[in-house]
Design a protein around this ligand. Sequence first.
Ligand SMILES: [Zn+2]
Length: 282
Amino acid sequence: MAKDPDPNGWRSTVKYPKRAVPEGLWKRCPGCQQTIFRKEAEKRMGVCPECDYHWYVPARERIRQVLDEGTFEEWDAELEPADPLEFTDRIPYRERLKQEQERTGLRDAAITGAGMVRGRRVAFGVTDSSFIMGSMGSVVGEKLTRAVERATEQQLPLIIISGSGGGARMHEGMLSLMQMAKVSAALARLDQAGGLFISVLTNPTMGGVAASFASLGDLVFAEPKALIGFAGPRTIEATIRIELPKGFQTSEFLLEHGFIDRIVRRPDLQSELARTIDYCGK
Ligand SMILES: [Zn+2]
């Protein structure tokens, strides 16, 4: 489960202590294999200046990128994961949670709240793949569900960025699986109330996240070249024994086949969200 927390080798908000030799000034881009000056990519919101590859960015950084400065009010920040199954994989789940919390500064893989997008008040949620692969356990499900319910009550447009990875969190077993139904039901009520939900998918969005809230947007945006799907391509190929088409499960492929509505580059996301909210009259 918890593999490399930063598979792209990029954590733009990490502050390095001052040393004689500066660390991590340069990074290799997984997209074009070029060596990129870290500051240059940071200036571009974690987008490669050479090939437009979109790096992983942490949830807090996403908030800074999308919401107007100083407008974010966090909801349910005190919600903490528990360990009802007393689950142990390589290490006890309780221990893993403690390690992940210390390493990421997050209590769990989702942050929710209210904020402004170019002066428009919205309900906002974002998940972070660095926390146990951005998997959806009880806290992620509960936070997102409450955010959906507040969006419904307060008639706010809802934006959720699945910065995820995704999948139900196995350490909480059935309690994780039921989050898919819970958050989906809340989104159905938002829809019945005439609410607007814009889902933004990033690389990768898979498993239980893709199979629930991430796919249920009135509008589904995706970052370029993101991997989006339920099971991975190798699993599918091994199951159905058919060679998969080229580009299968990428944003571009899914746009062509109608699964997503628009590919939005990260630097354009804020203005595109504002424009969409206005267009929908919300
Ligand atoms: Zn590149």
